[in-house]
Design a protein around this ligand. Structure first.
Ligand code: PBG
Length: 337
């Protein structure tokens, strides 16, 4: 990179506007690209047929049954989207998340149906217990003194079981999101022991205890029934710790690492990008989506322009992949452009 002062010193008549004169010239010198294939569409699946239940805090996003989910995937595929991440909403919840750990399970059914129809599509499954436990925490609980706490090591074994079920159904990547220490290693061992060496791990490595997950918890019916997630998700004030989380997950066998949320953590994405030569994913989460949707419904922002600006900003920070609820709309705008 050339030092700006040096440039100005030797060429006092430098005009940066020269390269901004036309759309084709601007395209020629554009540094950051954004394509439909960079985007991963999150989808919520529940039992039934013909279900298409809109999530009130996430306009345009739905709880779907397997059949309508396959249709939704088809629409995304036709727009150029090549990856989805699936979240399951079970019929029954209990203390240990049994619905995630037995066959049949709703995510496994969805993976099979999607893969049958779209074998080339990358199917990612979220690995976490919070949608399946009646208390809404991301792991099983144990009593300590007069408090209940999430039992890290007892949870690891269950995450391994959940991941193997998803791999057996045909998932390409599994994505542990519960922020348990050792979750990547436990899942890698479980997958390998079951013969799924080719199934990769996209780890939610630096996942913050964020208030931007509110709408997702409505969508996935997974808010914690007591307390919060601050004893396992990261403190928003820390970024060195995010690098430790990522380094550990890579050491344990993660193939792709994620920073989540995206917008309030662009500096973390950038640091991860500069430090590690691995694909970085960023999760443009539910609350970030809801904010944009709300402002656009009021006519306060131009949705197409702000969404593409936001997604470009996340790519510019260093993310190669973006999980975003805007995926379909963004893909259709990118194809028109
Ligand atoms: C499950 C999980 C959550 C999200 C993704 N996986 C919720 C949480 O941790 O409470 C949030 C995604 C979003 O807000 O869009 N642990």
């Amino acid at each position: 990179m050339v030092e700006p002062a040096g440039v100005l010193g030797s060429f006092p008549h430098t005009r940066l506007r020269r390269l901004r004169g036309s759309p084709t010239l601007r395209r020629l010198v554009r540094q950051t690209t954004l394509e439909p294939a960079d985007l991963i569409l999150p989808l919520f699946v529940r039992s039934g047929t013909g279900v298409r239940r809109e999530i009130s805090s996430m306009p345009g996003q739905y709880q779907l049954s397997v059949d309508t989910l396959v249709d939704e995937v088809g629409a995304a595929w036709d727009l150029g989207i090549r990856a989805v991440i699936l979240f399951g909403i079970p019929d029954h919840k209990d203390a240990t998340g049994t619905a995630a750990l037995t066959e049949p399970n709703i995510v496994g059914e969805a993976v099979r149906a999607v893969k049958r129809r779209y074998p080339q599509l990358i199917v990612i499954t979220d690995e976490c217990l919070c949608e399946y436990t009646d208390h809404g925490h991301c792991g099983v609980l144990r009593q300590r003194a007069d408090m209940l706490e999430v039992d890290n090591d007892a949870t690891l074994e269950l995450l391994g079981q959940q991941a193997v079920l998803h791999a057996r159904a045909g998932a390409d990547l599994v994505a542990p999101s519960g922020m348990m220490d050792g979750m990547v290693q436990a899942i890698r061992h479980a997958l390998d022991a079951a013969g799924f060496h080719q199934v990769g791990i996209l780890s939610y490595a630096a996942k913050y205890a964020s208030s931007f997950y509110g709408p997702f918890r409505e969508a996935a019916e997974s808010p914690p029934r007591f307390g919060d997630r601050t004893t396992y998700q990261m403190d928003p004030a820390n970024s060195d710790e995010a690098l430790r989380e990522i380094a550990l997950d890579l050491h344990e066998g993660a193939d792709i690492v994620m920073v989540k949320p995206a917008l309030a953590y662009l500096d973390v994405i950038r640091r991860a990008y500069e430090r590690f030569g691995v694909p970085i994913a960023a999760y443009n989460v539910s609350g970030e989506y809801a904010m944009v949707k709300a402002a656009c419904q009021k006519g306060w922002l131009d949705e197409r322009k702000v969404v593409l600006e936001i997604l470009t900003g996340i790519r510019r920070a260093g993310a190669s992949l973006i999980l975003t609820y805007h995926a379909k709309e963004a893909a259709s705008w990118l194809r028109e452009a």
